[in-house]
Design a binder for this molecule. Structure first.
Ligand SMILES: [Mg+2]
Length: 348
């Protein structure tokens, strides 16, 4: 199919720009044990080689305008960061190391032809590249197209690797295991509330660690890899949809139930300091998009307060009876239903 207007330009831009942002995008010599991209952008396919004795892990995530980001709420840098962060967080949840990223973009025609549109795109790439550089996730291919709907669509495929047979899974939790969460919860939803209530686009265009949990979430790659390497976790999942929903996923796959202690939850200051107690708890349980890791560990395993520089908090335990409950601050046990984030309503 012939290239759309501006498409070749864009491919060159992606190749040059992303390459400049990532610290190690150079193809490695065939036969090297470290693995990586043998052949990147420019041919019909990329050629990847995982490190010797490793499995390949693949995850794919859509970022749809109006569904996962909004141009009137998120800065372009934030939209780029978030598009990549979602896939990196999935790799983190399984203890994997990124090997390569693939980006397919559908863009409204004016984005390629008008100066303001091109500026938005430049800034989108800046956000994406900065995170790709931090996470060492070099771009190895992609596709572009005009979006007939007028909405931006970014599809990112991430390929990672983990020692063969050792990737963390949702299914390894057992009754009696302790349940832990990284970082803090509710911050992403609280920041979004702040932005939408002001009806102003967030000015946040750079990621200061922890300061903008909605705009610049931090995928916990180093933590996931440490959990795998040190054999600390029996199961793990990343918190994309909210603790209440993702805990249900983990419990279903592990064939167990869980009890979470409300008092133990590490609530992000953006939720805890600016909302009534019940609302802050709701944001922490159901807000979603925090991209922290939830994991279980055998009760006899000592889990440090910090792993790979990230705070880790014990929030409850897995139980045999397959129900999921919350021990409230009233010391009563309440059912904990999945109430996770459904992403944004489509902009009319
Ligand atoms: Mg996930």
């Amino acid at each position: 199919m012939p290239h759309a207007v501006g498409e070749l330009d864009l491919i060159e831009r992606i190749r040059a720009g992303w390459g400049g942002g990532a610290p190690s995008p150079t193809p490695r010599k065939p036969g090297t044990a470290r693995g990586g991209i043998v052949l990147g952008i420019g041919d019909d396919c990329a050629i990847l080689r995982p490190p010797r004795g490793h499995d390949l892990l693949v995850t794919t995530d859509f970022s749809l305008e109006g569904r996962h980001f909004r141009r009137d709420w998120h800065s372009p840098e934030s939209a780029g960061h978030r598009a990549l962060a979602r896939g990196l967080s999935d790799l983190a949840a399984m203890g994997a190391r990124p090997l390569a990223a693939f980006l397919s973009l559908a863009l409204p025609p004016e984005m390629l032809k008008k100066k303001a549109g091109r500026m938005w795109l430049e800034r989108f790439f800046t956000g994406l590249q900065n995170l790709a550089g931090q996470a060492t996730a070099p771009l190895a291919g992609g596709d572009t197209s005009e979006s007939p709907s007028g909405l931006i669509l970014a599809d990112i495929v991430l390929v990672g690797s983990a020692p063969a047979g050792r990737a963390l899974r949702r299914s390894g939790g057992r009754s009696g295991d302790a349940l832990y969460v990284s970082g803090s919860l509710g911050g992403a939803a609280a920041e979004l509330k702040k932005v939408t209530s002001r009806k102003l686009r967030s000015k946040a265009s750079t990621s200061t660690p922890g300061a903008h949990p909605q705009m610049f979430p931090e995928p916990r790659l180093a933590l996931g890899q440490a959990l795998l390497r040190r054999r600390l976790a029996t199961s793990a999942i990343d918190l994309s949809d909210g603790l209440s929903t993702d805990l249900h996923h983990l419990c279903r796959e592990s064939g167990v139930g869980a009890i979470v202690e409300a008092d133990a939850l590490p609530i992000h200051p953006l939720a805890a300091d600016h909302h009534a107690e019940a609302e802050a708890l709701d944001l922490a349980l159901n807000g979603g998009e925090d991209y922290e890791l939830l994991f279980s560990a055998h009760a006899s395993v000592r889990i440090p307060n910090r792993i790979a520089g990230v705070r880790v908090t014990r929030i409850g335990r897995l139980v045999e009876e397959r129900t999921i409950s919350l021990l409230g601050r009233d010391q009563l046990v309440h059912p904990l239903k999945p109430g996770g984030w459904e992403h944004f309503a489509v902009k009319q």
